[in-house]
Unconditional design. Structure first.
Length: 465
């Protein structure tokens, strides 16, 4: 990459990224305020709300990973100039989101029995059951926001998802304030209020995006009007999106399932104080991580558009600039965690003896989390670039190997066999992220992503020839 091209690419990346950064940060801020507002209710309420939110994400992450591929298809098709084809994938994302939302409603009666199989204290289990039942009613809305927001992003319009996310954040925080504590004449709902506020906010954000999508606002106009047949949905295309999307969804789900196992089995066995402290550290890192995720998503859009336009040689330069920018951010955050962990954790410590235990454990865990910041930046940047190219199957195999054959067994052995505490447990997290980053970088440098035909354009060209 020449020195003259680097500033241009960085400027384009940042222009595309800042709305995504804000959008992704709002999601983390919502989790942050759920934790902050439930903390005064006590250690059990804090553990139930934060762990419940993680469990919701574990359930939604697989179908969301599937519809997330809407961005990859939209980016490559818009890069190739096929805007009508790209629009069809927006509809596929909405169809799949609606189907998943209906399916999860059928499974709501299973929430309580499943939680009863895990080693939660009775009060935490009861509060978390209520949280999950309410929050899961909006699973389809959460997926739909991702599908249409990423569809706009694939076209280079990242502002629409930002507007929807900010709108959802404002609604969520406002309703949390009212519903958790029982203000303005509403009853105090506690943890249930946090779940209800977040669910309503998801539907509000989806409603905004659907209206804009139907109005066809904020997108470039095609050079020629699409033929009538271009607007008809095609079963083969939706199957193709599912074919690439399922590995991406499983990729996210199985990695996250390993984390959920770690939380619900390993950390839960170490006691409520250790569990609550780890969940607070996870939420804090989520806030700081979302700008890096936004940068990597912007880089993935540019990668997809470059591939769609046939400019594959530009992709390594895009990934390099994205990775360096994300790494600078993450390393800065890591330094703050290393220098001021107690000051940050003090925000979440409830009064009394419980708060002292949470603060002591959380301060140590937050400082250790500084060790994974650089690796996290590399893993998300390169992983998103591979997803944009359609290299979802290999990423799935890599995460299965690392998450389920290394990270999960290592953490179980450290705690249950060797009798380790919260420090060696979180060091297992650091090791997993470091190994994942190295494997993804190796895969990208191999160049195998150049051979993948995500949209089927090469297949169609060969048929026509």
């Amino acid at each position: 990459m020449s020195s003259s091209s680097a500033p241009v690419r960085l400027a384009v990346l940042l222009q595309l990224a800042w709305p995504i950064v804000l959008s992704r940060s709002t999601q983390a801020v919502m989790g942050f305020f759920d934790a902050l507002m439930t903390a005064p209710l006590g250690q059990s309420a804090l553990a139930a709300a934060t762990t419940g939110a993680i469990n919701v994400l574990a359930l939604v992450i697989l179908p969301t990973g599937v519809v997330f591929m809407v961005q990859s298809f939209a980016a490559q098709l818009s890069g190739a100039g096929d805007l009508a084809g790209a629009r069809r994938y927006g509809w596929y994302g909405l169809i799949l989101s609606g189907a998943a939302g209906l399916l999860v409603l059928v499974g709501l009666p299973l929430v309580g029995p499943v939680l009863g199989l895990l080693d939660y204290e009775p009060e935490v289990e009861a509060l978390m059951t209520v949280y999950l039942v309410i929050r899961l009613t909006s699973l389809g809305a959460m997926m739909g926001m991702e599908a249409i927001g990423n569809w706009f992003g694939g076209h280079g319009n990242t502002h629409q998802q930002m507007v929807a996310s900010v709108l959802a954040m404002v609604v969520d925080i406002s309703l949390n304030w009212v519903l958790i504590y029982g203000l303005l004449g509403f009853p105090a709902m506690g943890v249930a209020g946090a779940a209800l506020g977040s669910s309503i906010a998801s539907f509000v954000g989806l409603a905004y995006l659907v209206v804009v999508f139907l109005r066809r606002s904020g997108l470039p106009q095609p050079a020629r009007p699409p033929a009538p047949g271009d607007r008809r949905l095609r079963w083969a295309e939706m199957v193709r999106m599912v074919r690439f999307g399922v590995p991406n969804g499983l990729n996210w789900f199985l990695e996250f399932a390993a984390l959920v196992l770690f939380i619900n089995v390993v950390m839960a066995d170490l006691g409520t104080a250790a569990l609550a402290a780890f969940m607070v550290v996870l939420n804090i890192n989520s806030v700081s991580f979302m700008p890096a995720f936004g940068l990597s998503s912007a880089g993935a859009i540019l990668v997809g558009q470059a591939i769609g336009a046939g400019r594959l040689d530009q992709v390594p330069g895009i990934v390099r600039v994205t990775a360096v920018t994300a790494a600078v951010w993450q390393c800065t955050v890591g330094l703050l965690y290393l220098l001021f962990p107690a000051a940050v954790m003090a925000w979440f410590a409830p009064p009394g003896e419980d708060g002292g235990a949470l603060l002591a454990i959380g301060t140590t865990l937050l400082a250790i989390s500084a060790a994974w910041q650089l690796f996290d930046a590399l893993a998300i940047t390169v992983g998103e670039a591979l997803r944009a190219a359609g290299d979802t199957a290999w990423c799935l195999y890599a995460r299965i190997l690392l998450a389920w054959f290394m990270f999960a067994p290592a953490s179980l052995v450290v705690v249950f066999v060797l009798g380790g505490g919260h420090v060696p447990a979180i060091l297992c997290v650091v090791g997993y992220i470091a190994l994942l980053a190295m494997m993804l970088v190796w895969r990208f440098r191999s160049g195998k992503w150049r051979e993948i035909d995500l949209t089927g354009a090469r297949e169609q060209a060969q048929i026509l020839v």
